[in-house]
Design a protein around this ligand. Structure first.
Ligand code: ADP
Ligand code: MG
Length: 692
């Protein structure tokens, strides 16, 4: 007997060819048909009097033919006039046969379905679906007609028939698709049942609210969205539970060490930094691994917070590691941590993928035998051949560049001591709350919601390419006053090689135009040593102007730089622009960001750049970004799990998230339910979350 879990080929009339087409829609098992929801519906459940028709509405009508003529307009067409008691309307066919003309002769009664539009003769329906009717036939469809997303060579009617078969299987064997949200919770949150929801969405009765259905606001759609979001949250929480079942070193606050560190800083911590550090200290003192995300806008001072947390680990006789997504950023951290920690007698080690030979062996040895207490590096720290003596705290900077599973790989790094390291994840991408609740359901969140004092917000101007010479003059002026500038090159092509080439060309042009300035260049294809040298020279003020590709996007910190030119900003996402712009405005002088676009600008681009001009609030920018680009882009391609949701839509369903969180809390730890839900909704992706 065919079951819901059988491959689609088990259905009547489905062979290999059809199965391939279905697979293109992600339909492999019979039950997948049930979760392949209609895009929209047609209402063929009632006859609409012609007089009630409006242009733009789809309807079934019935009337008597009063005239049937071939008319010569711009295109020859067959025009059929129909009349019922309430009004008159025309059917128009641009392709027609003599047989059709014969069939639709005056006196015939025709039942037709299509979209009415305002035409030359009043309301018209172009190429309606129609049949002759006896006039006494009052039967109409029992349900709204679903229109499914489909693929080439797969007709709606075919897909509809297959879905009907799946629905009948569901009726005959309801247990094949178990309801997992317990009755009590369903009542509390007023959720429809799973089967009733599926039934309704594939076969909505005429009294269903069409508006709600077509906009995804119907309780049945929402029920499924809740379930899908719940599946995502539960899988993440599952990971969290599994990690937290492990032991972690109980770390003291390390107050003495921290006080000595703070004493050498030229500033005091902000209130927000202090509060976040208190939250971290509570986590670190517990014998289960911390899983905490620190969110703080660009320039809010996350690095110092990381350093303070690291000192707790060191005071607890453990090692700490900080990992950054790019060489440049990692190198910058290395310099900061060395400058901060070596005076305290703490050895800082460096490890990146580009570190080779003896230097690499030495670094690994120092990490393994525990001489190196603080380790700074890139994702090279994840590699299997890197062993720590006792890793107590792993800090991941600019988390959005890393995927969930990379983050989890860290877990093994502490094993030497039999304990799992605490994890601190830092991000400057302000993630709208709705996204954060889903993407980071496995993490506790702290927010640094205050910038250090004395910063003046960056002034942003949007300038056309045609005014390039003025922009060059602006650089000349800023640099002659002792300040420094960035020039950031972007490129249409996704090719790094081309992007680097373009940056070289720009550097040459600017060198010609500004012969009195010292100009440096960094791009992704340079050796890490070279990059580090250029960055150091810029930081030391030996270079006036730094031409760079977007490699400098995250974290780079040169407070004296007060001018940034971004070429072709229309090609970047808003959050990325915000990150870039965050490289300036770090000192007390007023800073400027010039968005140098290449005309003509599309309307959306214009709007997006306007957002950058109007606000420096990372949260507002992120929300706009989410609106314009969708969650997949905002989180980065590696977080694809969320972007590929089948039914839920993080924007549309934002108001469901509190409910989903409450449900997840209630069901968390229930292995059976989690397993069913994760398999049902995450399928393949489940492996990514599950394997730890
Ligand atoms: P981000 O949060 O973007 O990583 P950083 O950690 O790079 O920010 O800090 C940005 C700059 O602010 C650095 O120059 C840092 O030394 C400085 N800074 C950090 N905390 C404070 C503070 N409390 N007061 C003044 N300056 C600070
Ligand atoms: Mg940073």
């Amino acid at each position: 007997m065919t079951t819901l879990s059988a491959p689609v080929t088990a259905l009547k009339g489905v062979g290999e060819a059809l199965a391939l087409k279905l697979a293109r829609l992600g339909i492999e098992q019979v039950s997948d048909l049930l979760f392949h929801l209609p895009l929209r519906y047609q209402d063929r459940t009632r006859l609409t009097p012609i007089g009630e028709l409006r242009a733009g509405s789809e309807a079934v009508i019935e009337g008597e033919v009063t005239a049937c003529d071939v008319v010569k307009g711009r295109r020859r067409s067959l025009l059929v006039r129909l009349r019922d008691k309430s009004g008159i309307l025309s059917l128009r066919f641009f392709h027609f046969s003599p047989a059709q003309q014969q069939q639709l002769r005056p006196g015939a009664v025709v039942r037709a379905f299509g979209e009415a539009r305002a035409g030359a003769t009043g309301l018209e329906i172009y190429h309606p679906e129609y049949r002759l009717s006896g006039g006494s036939d009052t039967s109409v469809d029992e349900y709204f007609t679903p229109i499914y997303p489909t693929t080439e060579g797969l007709h709606q009617t075919r897909l509809r028939a297959l879905t009907q078969q799946a629905l009948r299987l569901l009726e005959s064997d309801p247990d094949a698709l178990p309801e997992v949200i317990p009755e009590a919770l369903r009542q509390r949150f007023q959720l429809l049942g799973l089967h009733a929801s599926l039934q309704l969405l594939h076969q909505p009765p005429p009294e269903a609210d069409m508006e709600q259905l077509s906009h995804g606001h119907h309780p049945a759609t929402r029920r499924l969205a809740v379930e899908e979001l719940l599946a995502h949250q539960l899988s993440l929480r599952e990971v969290r539970l599994r990690i937290q079942a492990d032991g972690a070193p109980e770390l003291p606050s390390g107050r003495n060490l921290q006080a000595r560190f703070l004493a050498q800083l030229p500033f005091a911590l902000t209130g927000a930094q202090g509060r976040v550090l208190d939250e971290i200290a509570l986590d670190l003192a517990r014998p289960a691994p911390m899983l905490r995300l620190v969110q703080g806008d660009v320039g809010s001072g996350k690095t110092v917070v990381a350093a303070m947390a690291a000192l707790s680990a060191l005071a607890g006789n453990c090692q700490a590691a900080i990992m950054a997504p790019t060489e440049i950023l990692a190198e910058q951290h290395y310099r900061s941590f060395k400058a901060w920690f070596e005076p305290l007698g703490i050895e800082v080690a460096w490890l990146s993928g580009k570190l080779k030979g003896k230097a690499r062996l030495d670094a690994k040895a120092a990490i393994a035998d525990g001489r190196a207490r603080m380790v700074v590096g890139t994702h090279a720290l994840f590699q299997d051949d890197v062993h720590f003596q006792c890793l107590g705290l792993a800090i991941i900077d600019e988390q959005h560049r890393f995927g969930v599973h990379q983050r989890l790989a860290l877990r093994e790094k502490g094993e030497a001591g039999g304990l799992t390291p605490h994890q601190l994840i830092m991000t400057a991408t302000p993630i709208p709350r709705t996204l954060a609740m889903s993407a980071y359901a496995d993490l506790d969140v702290s927010v640094i919601d205050e910038l250090p004092p004395g910063r003046t917000p960056v002034k942003t101007v949007v300038v056309s390419d045609e005014r390039r010479p003025e922009v060059v003059e602006r650089i000349r002026r800023a640099c002659s006053e002792g300040r420094q500038a960035y020039w950031v090159c972007t490129l249409i092509e996704e090719s790094e090689a081309l992007q680097c080439q373009a940056a070289e060309v720009t550097r040459d042009e600017l060198t010609d135009a500004l012969p009195e300035l010292a100009i440096g260049l960094v791009h992704g294809r340079m050796k890490s040593g070279e990059k580090a040298e250029v960055m150091a020279a810029f930081k030391e003020g030996e270079l006036d102007l730094l031409v760079a590709t977007t490699v400098i996007e995250v974290g780079v910190d040169v407070p004296n730089a007060s001018l940034m030119i971004i070429e072709n900003p229309e090609r970047l996402g808003l959050s990325q622009l915000h990150q870039l712009r965050g490289r300036v405005g770090r000192g007390s002088t007023e800073s400027f960001c010039v968005l140098l676009y290449h005309p003509p600008l599309s309307n959306t681009s214009r709007q997006r750049l306007a957002v950058m001009r109007e606000t420096t609030d990372g949260f507002r920018i992120a929300e706009k970004d989410l609106e314009i680009r969708g969650p997949g882009e905002v989180l980065g391609t590696r977080q694809t799990g969320l972007a590929q949701m089948k039914i839920a839509d993080l924007e549309r369903d934002a108001d469901l998230l509190d409910q989903v969180t409450a449900l997840a809390q209630a069901l968390q730890g229930n292995k059976d339910i989690t397993t069913v839900l994760v398999r049902r909704w995450l399928g393949e992706a489940a492996g990514r979350y599950g394997q730890v």
